[in-house]
Design a binder for this molecule. Structure first.
Ligand code: FAD
Length: 468
């Protein structure tokens, strides 16, 4: 077993393991160091995948409970066993993380279980999970250590009464009342899970709307639909304290602009105010690797840190904290190290919220185009006018396409609808490849599918939608 590698990657999440596989495909000798005891990072262990497993199961439960009757399906009394639900989610996670270990092995990447720290340029020490240590020499080091839960000052997360997303993925029973601090993607997804399973859910958001970075029209529709589902929102509000008693948590909330405080009693509080880059114990200071003022590893356009031979990707660097962004950067950095021209187009990275309906977007919002003074056309098509959505009784939402008023290129697309997460792929390709609204309008879309709404929205940019 050699300790000399072309590339040593610290972190086995979607950024790290994908970089490892791509570098190995390109003929490099690669090690991937991961301390968690399982590969796949936040995404597979405590992020994307367990949350999607719970979202899917809770959606089935809700459908069986109250959605199927409209089609004449009689289900009788439907109940949920939370222990079995969690076991099923854990089985999904285990299958996926084992799958990544298989892929590393298949590609001859050495998976080293332990905590890595950079000793100096070209040298990584690993404190092995099984005890002892190894010192690796590396022509190139990739930092892919991801992120961790951001905390609120003075509010201690105990993962029982006051939980982070990690605790919210493993609650032993459905809370009667869940207070979610933060109206962003993670809070709304996990809020949806527990709402469907029977909790009352109150979301407290500092800004004047939920998911504040989203296209304004979509965000407004999204909030309206979630309210119809029973979500309660307290906007322009800040949580200043959480007091715990034996049986409850008391959340103190004040108007963001200041004013009288009120107390909300609940049994579980979910703190979902974002994530912070994870660089603890990495030895960055000793190695002279610079961080920016947000605590992210500072990189240039080629993922290079200020220290020669040390690169960084994923949640630990600037940009959207998304698994596919980390994966794209993993491929690009491996290709750069191997001497190719790796590149990521940050304008074409889609974002999805996996609630029901889903919300998906790519490219610019209408507000961003207005701010930039770009002349644009809008094409909108509602799912109430889409035959498949009507047959499925999933008519909430619309497709909104923004194209350049002069070149007709697709600049942004925003979908709120049952299958928005899958539908956005076509529009991400359009943004990536500089396609026009007309290109989409003249592409045949299978009938009956919700994707026809994408085509109709493209047609609507110059007023020729057929079914509206
Ligand atoms: C609840 C939740 C839901 C999410 N849902 C989605 C979603 O639906 N879609 C999406 O795109 N994104 C989602 N995300 C975000 C996504 O999980 C992250 O963007 C993604 O995991 C980032 O990948 P990464 O490789 O940069 O870091 P990570 O996945 O965080 O992996 C970093 C790994 O590095 C390891 N590590 C850290 N320091 C060391 C060290 N010194 N030595 C060894 N190992 C180390 C950590 O243990 C970790 O396993 C979600 C996140 C959460 C929390």
């Amino acid at each position: 077993m050699s300790d000399n590698f072309d590339v040593v990657i610290i972190g086995g999440g979607p950024g790290g393991y994908v970089a490892a596989i791509r570098a190995a495909q390109l003929g490099l000798n690669v090690a991937c160091v991961e301390m968690r005891g399982a590969l796949g990072g936040t995404c597979l262990n405590v992020g994307c995948m367990p949350s999607k497993a719970l979202l899917h199961a809770s959606e089935l439960y809700e459908e069986a409970h109250q959605g199927m009757a409209q089609f004449g399906i009689k289900t009788g009394k439907v109940s949920i066993d939370i222990k079995e639900l969690m076991a099923s989610k854990d089985e999904t996670v285990k299958g996926l993380t084992d799958g990544v270990a298989f892929l590393l092995k298949k590609n001859k990447v050495e998976y080293i279980e332990g905590r890595g720290s950079i000793q100096a340029k070209g040298s990584v020490k690993v404190d092995l999970n099984d005890g002892g240590e190894r010192t690796l020499t590396a022509k190139n080091i990739i930092i892919a250590t991801g992120s961790d839960v951001a905390q609120l000052p003075g509010i201690e997360i105990d993962e029982k009464q006051v939980v982070s997303s990690t605790g919210a993925l493993s609650l032993a029973k459905t809370p009667k009342h869940l207070v979610v601090i933060g109206g962003g993607v993670i809070g709304l997804e996990l809020g949806s899970v527990w709402k469907r399973l029977g909790a009352e859910v109150t979301v407290i958001e500092y800004m004047d709307r939920i998911t504040p970075e989203m296209d304004g029209e979509v965000s407004k529709t999204f909030a309206r639909i979630l309210k119809k589902q029973g979500f309660k929102f307290k906007l322009k509000s800040k949580v200043t304290a959480v007091k715990k008693t034996k049986t409850a948590a008391i959340v103190t909330v004040e108007p963001a602009a200041g004013g009288d405080a009120e107390e909300i009693k609940c049994d579980v509080v979910l703190v979902s105010v974002g994530r912070r880059p994870y660089t603890t114990g990495l030895g960055l200071e000793e190695a002279g690797v610079k961080l920016n003022d947000r605590g992210q590893v500072e990189i240039d356009d080629h993922f290079r840190t200020n220290v020669d031979g040390i690169y960084a990707i994923g949640d630990v660097v600037r940009g959207a904290m998304l698994a596919h962004k980390a994966e794209d950067e993993g491929v690009a950095v491996a290709e750069i190290i191997a001497g190719f021209a790796g590149h990521v187009n940050y304008d074409a990275i889609p974002g999805v919220i996996y609630t029901m309906p889903e919300v998906a977007s790519v490219g610019k919002t209408e507000e961003q185009l207005k701010d930039a003074g770009t002349a644009y056309a809008v094409g909108k098509f509602p799912f109430t006018a889409n035959s498949r959505a009507k047959a499925n009784r999933q008519t909430d939402g619309f497709v909104k396409l923004l194209s350049c008023a002069t070149s007709d290129k697709v600049l942004g697309a925003h979908i709120i609808g049952a299958d928005a997460g899958n539908m956005i792929a076509e529009l991400a390709l359009a943004v990536e490849k500089g396609l026009t609204a007309e290109d989409i309008a003249y592409t045949s879309h299978a009938h009956p599918t919700e994707t026809e709404a994408v085509r109709e929205a493209a047609m609507a940019t110059d007023g020729r939608a057929i079914h509206m």
